[in-house]
Design a protein around this ligand. Sequence first.
Ligand code: NAP
Length: 257
Amino acid sequence: MRLANKAALITGGNSGIGLATARVFVAEGARVAITGRNRVTLEAAAEELGPNALSAVADATDIAATEAAIKQAAAKFGKLDILFANAGIAGGTPLGSATLETFENVIRTNITAVFFTVQAALPYLNDGASIILNGSVISVLGNPGYAAYAASKAGVRAMARVMASELSPRGIRVNVVAPGAIRTPIWGPATATPEAEKAFEARIGRTTPLGRIGEPDHIAKTVLFLASDDSAHVQGQELFVDGGATASPAGAPIYRA
Ligand code: NAP
């Protein structure tokens, strides 16, 4: 049990990568609080996770609600050892047709809320705690239509480095997991029908050296590494978990003879 006696909070723990990580954390002995906006899926997730989990409805962009959820988790579990600031949204902002509302919503959710989630958690974190922020390959790939999202995730990387400096005196580590394309509901219309999903996954497979889309568990197990003492000397890093898409794009099937 790599997280025995540890308490964790995961924002966006009712779906996709956050829920997969909550499952792995509970299996490794942690008590886990999950947050999100959707009460129905939150409660279903908490029930599935069992007695070592609790759920709290909290919109991450609502700082007071986030603080209340963190306080609730600390009241039940005692101080926290792990914070996974995972909640995030996509949202297209193509040059020429982007709206200010979408642009600001992406930035508010993916950067501002992440900063204030970490700030709200600080009084409730043990010294030596581990904070993991969720980044993305889109911060470096230049995907068309995703300027706000790319900027938000590049901002996450930059913030993590500053936070690592500021929190090192407390022995708190801050690292980023940066997923490639992962099979979760975040892709919306791109994967809404079985045909669309098949075409999407084939496209990702062709442009990924390992030839496939990633699974939520690929990320969850990397977050487990960053959360546990196995990564005790890893500080301020960004770990890409993308089947080689950023490090070795020339190895993708599309380039093979
Ligand atoms: P997902 O299944 O859609 O999960 C997103 C989670 O974030 C949900 O639990 C959602 O819960 C929560 N959330 C969104 N806005 C929120 C808000 N304002 N307040 C509280 N919770 C909020 O997608 P996912 O792929 O697992 O995404 C998780 C993270 O991974 C995101 O930060 C995303 O950018 C990142 N990521 C994903 C991929 C990928 O290919 N899937 C790749 C790179 C990075 P509610 O709807 O209940 O609020």
